[in-house]
Ligand binder design. Structure first.
Ligand SMILES: NC(=O)c1ccc[n+]([C@@H]2O[C@H](COP(=O)([O-])OP(=O)(O)OC[C@H]3O[C@@H](n4cnc5c(N)ncnc54)[C@H](OP(=O)(O)O)[C@@H]3O)[C@@H](O)[C@H]2O)c1
Length: 345
């Protein structure tokens, strides 16, 4: 097939911008890359890519690939229309992830699942689940995972550009009021507004991320359970998720206590982690050092103090890169390699 014609939906967003950079950086061969965004941006020029298109019945025709990062409602409304117009859709939102006819794919973990894209849609996992999946898969293949307690430290950028902007606006205000931060945090909290994050994020930690469900878990936490099970093909996997927002711009970190069918040897665990593609073993990886990096980093690999079948580790990845844009581009490359993209044209 000739080089694919690619639509990038949500091209002006935090993920969309990095998706465009990632396509360019990896030398993705496209006959054309066309940016789409909301009515607010349509008609403006996106430098290097031309006029931003609105989503309309006549603008979504004739693409080989459509890479979506414009939220769930946009994906639900428009993904199938791009498919009907000839495209394979790679979607970053949660709209299609749990659909049995839509594969949920991490390129290093379950690439073969992409062939099951019966609807012409492939889903990109949630950014927190994504980074956990690399070490989880490496260790599962060797030791057989049965359970996972996962506690996240998620960056402001997980809530998009607005999440970054809100934290950036709060930091200088509270930076000037160190005495209040020390002596009267409740008053300090009222000096800034929080619309995107559930509470003041600057100089704070917010253990409420997403919409709270009746079972006491947020939708973000339920994604960690449901998506992990689907990606790893372990429908019975016991997952205990807690998602926490921390004042970091980009880079999600997750502490995982994973339990296995057999006893875990730490040296063997480190060896399988080191051998896994795009996974780097370090002593103590941090989100700041991971921001802007393609790799996922794992460290603090320790035997559990109470259970010889459990292992503790700390995993870190850039939520906008591997957590979103990079995996999307890797799935686009996979769709081309495996003959999916363009097959419908
Ligand atoms: N941030 C992350 O770490 C992350 C990770 C994984 C997945 N995701 C997912 O990726 C998606 C985008 O996230 P983001 O962080 O990039 O958000 P963002 O910075 O808020 O960007 C949203 C993008 O979607 C566009 N958009 C919004 N409403 C639209 C509509 N009705 N029609 C067409 N385009 C519309 C926006 O266009 P305008 O500029 O015109 O408003 C913008 O380009 C979400 O589904 C999110 O869950 C995000």
């Amino acid at each position: 097939m000739s080089a694919p014609r690619v639509a990038v939906v949500g091209a002006t967003g935090a993920v969309g911008q990095i998706m465009l950079q990632t396509l360019a950086r990896r030398g993705f061969e496209a006959s054309e890359i066309v940016p789409f965004a909301s009515e607010r941006s349509a008609g403006k020029v996106l430098e290097g890519y031309g006029v931003i298109q609105p989503l309309a019945d006549d603008t979504v025709q004739g693409y080989d690939l459509a890479l979506f990062s414009a939220g769930g409602s946009t994906s639900r409304a428009w993904a199938e229309k791009f498919v009907a117009g000839g495209a394979v859709v790679v979607d970053n939102s949660s709209a299609w992830r749990m659909d049995p006819d839509v594969p949920l794919v991490v390129s290093e973990v379950n690439p073969e699942a992409i062939d099951g894209a019966k609807k012409g849609i492939v889903a990109n996992p949630n950014c927190t689940t994504m980074v956990v999946m690399l070490p989880a898969k490496a260790l599962h293949d060797t030791f057989g995972m049965t359970a996972m307690v996962a506690t996240s430290y998620q960056a402001a950028g997980g809530a998009g550009q607005k999440g970054i902007d809100e934290l950036a606006a709060q930091m200088p205000v509270l930076h000037e009021r160190v005495e209040l931060l020390v002596n009267d945090g409740e008053q300090a909290r009222t000096l800034v507004t929080s619309e995107i994050h559930a509470d003041t994020l600057a100089y704070n930690v917010v253990p409420m991320l997403g919409t709270l469900g009746e079972n006491g878990y947020t939708d973000e936490e339920m994604k960690l359970q449901n998506e992990s099970r689907k990606i790893l093909g372990l429908p019975e996997l016991a997952v205990s998720p807690t998602c926490v927002r921390v004042p970091v711009m980009v880079g999600h970190a997750i502490e995982v206590r994973a339990t296995y069918e057999r006893e875990v040897d730490v040296a063997e665990a480190k060896a399988v982690l080191e051998a896994f593609p795009n996974l780097v073993v370090e002593d103590a990886p941090t989100p700041l050092a991971a921001a802007g990096r393609d790799e996922t980093f794992v460290g603090r690999v320790r035997a559990d103090l109470g259970d010889p079948r459990s292992l503790n580790f700390f995993v870190v990845g850039d939520n906008l890169l591997k957590g979103a844009a990079l995996n999307t581009v890797q799935l686009a490359e996979l769709a081309v390699e495996r003959g999916l993209a363009g097959a419908r044209a």
